[in-house]
Design a protein around this ligand. Structure first.
Ligand code: G3P
Ligand code: MG
Length: 267
């Protein structure tokens, strides 16, 4: 399903496939995203940063070394250089034809098939912002492709959200994109709510170790959704679902589906 509006009617947590189906496929490649669609995840999560010629590409690390056969910073390579790299063999030889997708290629492929959580990597934040800053490129692309109801934008760099709101104001439009602060270090509940409100957030995406029953209830009472990352352990999935989490970001979407189905059969 490609509509967040429609997903909101589901009375169960959403299955969010982290970097695609990362547990069984090379992360942030088309193979991993297609696999997530095949197992009926509700949403894929992906990471974007800029090439040296300022094209948003889908890759997690600041450097190429771990997930490709290249070396060095992504931001110091042009798109044509990056396209020559193999982004699959590090995981398994059968994926040697995978390459680094541009955000546009990926969105074109999945448009109308699944929703997307686009994480803008904090390393891509530029101060002051040039006209083609990553967050503005992402907004323009999502608008151009008519995907505003399919996308949540998240980041550990919360200043991106004010920039996105400012861009919409300059277009004389209200902010159509759903935004979500990522949070990796402890934050008191009232500060988490204040962070979300200040950024006009749709949802809050904390590290799973920071999530308590009370935090979930506090956020929900304020009309906020909560999508913790990254949970692969069944027992932890069960607990978070019992506590009423809005969705779970997992490398193992099939495992998460199994836990959701088992819990629903007990209800
Ligand atoms: O968006 C959730 C999660 O992906 C954040 O951490 O490092 O996996 O991008 P990371
Ligand atoms: Mg991410």
């Amino acid at each position: 399903m490609e509509s967040i509006n429609l997903l909101e009617h589901k009375k169960r947590p959403w299955v969010v496939a982290h970097r695609g189906y990362r547990g069984k496929f090379p992360e942030n490649t088309l193979a991993a995203f297609e696999a997530a669609i095949d197992v009926e995840a509700d949403m894929i999560e992906l990471d974007v940063c800029l090439t040296s010629d300022r094209v948003p590409v889908v890759i997690h690390d600041e450097t190429l070394d771990r997930t490709t056969d290249g070396k060095g910073l992504v931001s110091e390579h042009s798109l044509s250089d990056l396209k020559k790299l193999d982004a699959g063999s590090w995981f398994s030889a059968e994926f040697r034809n995978e390459n680094i997708p541009t955000l546009e290629e990926l969105l074109q492929k999945i448009r109308g098939r699944i929703t997307v959580n686009i994480e803008i990597k904090l390393e891509s934040f530029e101060a002051p912002a040039p006209p083609d800053s990553i967050e503005i490129q992402v907004c323009k692309l999502v608008e151009k492709l008519g995907m505003t109801d399919s996308v949540i934008i998240s980041s550990f760099e919360h200043l991106f959200f004010a920039r996105i709101q400012r861009w919409y104001r300059a277009q004389k439009k209200s902010t159509a994109l759903r935004m979500a602060p990522l949070q990796g270090s402890p934050l008191a509940e009232e500060f988490a709510v204040a962070l979300c409100k200040r950024n006009k957030a749709y949802s809050y995406h904390p590290d799973e170790s920071l999530v308590t029953h009370s935090l979930i209830q506090t956020l929900k009472a304020d009309g906020l959704r909560i999508f913790p990352y990254t949970i692969n352990d069944e027992k932890r999935m069960e607990k978070l679902i019992k506590w009423g989490v809005s969705g779970i970001i997992s490398d193992e979407p099939e495992r998460l589906w199994k836990v959701i189905r088992e819990q629903r059969s007990l209800e």
